[in-house]
Design a protein around this ligand. Structure first.
Ligand code: FAD
Length: 292
């Protein structure tokens, strides 16, 4: 019902547009160009998840291939990479199919001169995603992983992925998970985020801290110095449309800041996760929906 209402009602497009670049490759390039002009790096996500038909997964590969060609043509490939969800490449159907599709996208990214990061999805996919990651990294060592601090297993996964050449995005995690696999209180998740951050910062890979949480940003900033790393040896990442002032402040203080920019027609699941994260966003959305 909400999906239909949003699609039909012009005012609520403003809510979608705050978090999503638009529906086309041209929209993604426009927003990426603006952000690069403002001193940021970007990771572009072609929206889509839970694909269960091989032909749809093939369309996702086509979309990324088109995007990567356009990034190279626009001279943006040194600052703009792509993020992808294996579920949009058929992971639920067949891990082999998703791995093959992801390899096609990695080859296109390599040809364009940029990198790929595999997003993390719900915990039932973690083992499969890390298996596919390991295979992709044999050919393209720069393929990045995402680990979620709410998962109890993530400190061990950080340790396994903290070696030379490894790129790891650490985030809190965005899915509803059972207590048996995940921490549930804000304090526990922050504590585990910092344990994982410590492993990554003292390791030999390239850590990417994806959070808007001011407490974590302050703690991580202190630990970057204590671990003897320069500001150029780690990056902060934030979502398009979330805390733009903080994004600016980090850029102005010399940090590498990468903005995660989703685009495409399949924005519904992504938008719902952003609204669920913050009641104020849901209120903003509902006001727009009823036109007040
Ligand atoms: P929170 O405690 O949620 O937020 C801290 C503060 O940030 C809030 O008080 C508020 O001021 C601001 N804020 C946070 N979220 C919003 C919002 N939606 N709108 C407005 N303000 C907000 N999760 C995954 O499970 N898999 C992934 O692959 C993944 N990739 C990500 C990539 C990037 C670059 C980022 C930034 C996040 C990613 N996430 C991913 C989402 C992440 O797991 C969290 O759900 C999300 O970042 C919110 O957690 P937080 O650390 O920002 O802290």
């Amino acid at each position: 019902m909400i999906r239909r209402a949003v699609t039909a009602a012009a005012p609520t497009r403003a809510v979608v547009d705050r978090f999503v670049a638009g529906e086309t490759t041209a929209d993604a390039l426009r927003v990426a160009t603006e952000l690069v002009g403002a001193g940021c790096r970007v990771t572009l996500d072609h929206l889509g998840e839970d694909v269960t038909v091989p032909a749809e997964a093939a369309l996702t590969v086509d979309a990324y291939t088109e995007l990567l060609g356009a990034l190279a043509d626009a001279g943006l490939a040194d600052r703009v990479e792509v993020s992808l969800k294996l579920s949009s490449l058929g992971q639920a159907l067949d891990e082999e199919l998703a791995a093959g599709n992801a390899a096609r996208i990695c080859a296109a990214a390599h040809a364009a001169g940029t990198t790929v990061t595999l997003d993390a999805e719900d915990h039932t996919t973690t083992d499969s995603t890390l298996r596919v990651l390991a295979r992709l990294r044999e050919r393209w060592p720069s393929v990045g992983a995402v680990l979620q601090a709410y998962l109890r297993r993530s400190e061990d996964d950080c340790r396994a992925l903290a070696g030379p050449g490894s790129r790891v995005r650490l985030c809190k995690g965005a899915y509803a998970e059972p207590d048996v696999v995940a921490f549930s209180t804000a304090a526990e998740i922050r504590d585990n985020f910092m344990r994982c951050a410590e492993v990554l910062l003292t390791g030999r890979g390239y850590p990417m801290f994806a959070t808007h949480d001011p407490v974590l940003i302050a703690l991580v900033t202190d630990r970057i110095r204590a671990a003897g790393r320069g500001v150029g040896e780690v990056e902060f990442q934030m979502l398009h449309g979330v805390r733009p002032d903080e994004q600016r402040r980090l850029v102005d203080t010399g940090h590498i800041v990468r903005i995660y920019v989703p685009y495409g027609t399949q924005w519904y699941g992504y938008l719902m996760r952003r609204l669920a994260e913050r009641p104020a966003n849901a209120a903003f959305f509902l006001r727009a929906l009823i036109g007040r």
